[in-house]
Ligand binder design. Structure first.
Ligand code: ATP
Ligand code: LTN
Length: 332
């Protein structure tokens, strides 16, 4: 794996069925990093434990994400595709790093606030609170330069930067300070039934799932909530539903929002929605065929075994460097 390229790293939690939001905000962008960077793309299974999850579902979701990574065009010869729990250095570095993160900054994490809002104290596991430290460890372990994610993860990457800078300040240049990479269009796809909310796999109302069949996808898009204006015009405040569909169209066609607006200037909502549905299906149906193909046999196990070995080579070196810096004795 000696390609001397800088690292791009990202991961997805196997918490549920992947959505079109995951695809547009994250998955579809990963392969584009393969030329300039060496991508480390992993399944964040330890992160999936932060809220209750059925064991069988977790196992199935894990395989699904591996197959989706491959279907998106990630090539195991150019990228390191791995399962977080197979590389114990993630948990070990997180244990060390948590001593450098402050209660105050952790309490400000919006994902923690969102996910704990409707839970009482007996339902909020400690892991949900400390989760961003594990995420920082995920990133820092690989000397990561760039982290491609959707907008909701920006705050966690900023915390990672703060932790890396704080650590370097105290111990010298131990860590690379990562940068976030958020897609220009599609950084936050909204629910089709409530465009004021993020399309999210753990709150699946108004989601398009990557495994939905063609009929379901079309039905969901044709019945997406819009407004009374009946003009295909981008305005997130006044026309959030139609703006969301325009974002979906722009991301999947590689057109700009302005170009989408011009293309559908004389279309009514019905015609526009049909075009959005056609485009989403033309992307997802072949994607699903590739996904099914990768699930056959034991190819995924081979990819994950190879990936864990490659990942561990890098991660173990970083962990040694950290131990050396902070004074953990290491036998020769
Ligand atoms: P959960 O609901 O369990 O928190 P999620 O659907 O938000 O899950 P994650 O596993 O947290 O998905 O995210 C995987 C990647 O997909 C991240 O980079 C995240 O920023 C991105 N992402 C998730 N939802 C969206 C969305 N609606 N629009 C754009 N990007 C998204
Ligand atoms: N926190 C992310 C998943 C995730 C991740 C990471 C993303 C875990 N570790 C490291 C990028 C880099 C999420 O909830 N989407």
């Amino acid at each position: 794996m000696q390609d001397n390229k800088q690292t791009a790293l990202s991961g997805i939690k196997p918490t549920g069925r992947l959505t079109l939001g995951n695809y547009i905000g994250a998955l579809k962008n990963f392969p584009s990093f393969q030329e300039q960077y060496h991508p480390f793309i992993f399944i964040a299974d330890l992160h999936a434990l932060t809220l209750p999850i059925d064991p069988e579902e977790l196992r199935q979701n894990t395989l699904d994400i591996a197959a989706f990574y491959l279907a998106s065009g990630l090539d195991p010869e150019k990228s390191t595709i791995f399962l977080q729990s197979m590389v114990h250095e993630h948990s070990e570095l997180a244990t060390i790093l948590q001593n450098y993160a402050y209660m105050g900054e952790m309490s400000r994490m919006t994902q923690f606030k969102d996910k704990s809002r409707n839970l009482n104290e007996k339902q909020i596991g400690l892991g949900l609170f400390t989760y961003p430290v594990l995420m920082a460890a995920d990133i820092i372990l690989y000397d990561t330069k760039v982290v491609p994610v959707g907008e909701d993860q920006k705050q966690h990457v900023e915390l990672t930067r703060d932790l890396a800078i704080r650590f370097n300040h105290r111990y010298g240049d131990v860590f690379v300070v990562p940068e976030v990479s958020i897609p220009k269009t599609g950084k936050r796809i909204m629910s089709l039934s409530d465009p004021s909310k993020k399309m999210s796999k753990s709150d699946p109302k108004g989601d398009i799932f990557l495994k939905d069949d063609e009929k379901t996808i079309r039905k969901k898009i044709m019945s997406a909530v819009t407004d009374m204006e009946s003009r295909v015009h981008y305005d997130c405040e006044k026309q959030p539903g139609i703006s969301n569909l325009m974002t979906i169209y722009a991301s999947l066609s590689s057109l700009t929002i302005e170009e989408v607006e011009a293309k559908f200037a004389t279309s009514n909502y019905g015609t526009f929605k049909r075009e959005v549905a056609d485009l989403v299906c033309s992307v997802l149906i072949p994607f699903q065929e590739r996904y099914r193909h990768f699930l056959e046999g034991d190819y995924i196990d081979k990819v994950l075994t190879k990936g864990a070995k490659e990942a561990q080579e890098v991660a173990s070196k970083t962990l040694k460097r950290v131990k050396q810096a902070i004074g953990i004795y290491q036998v020769k």
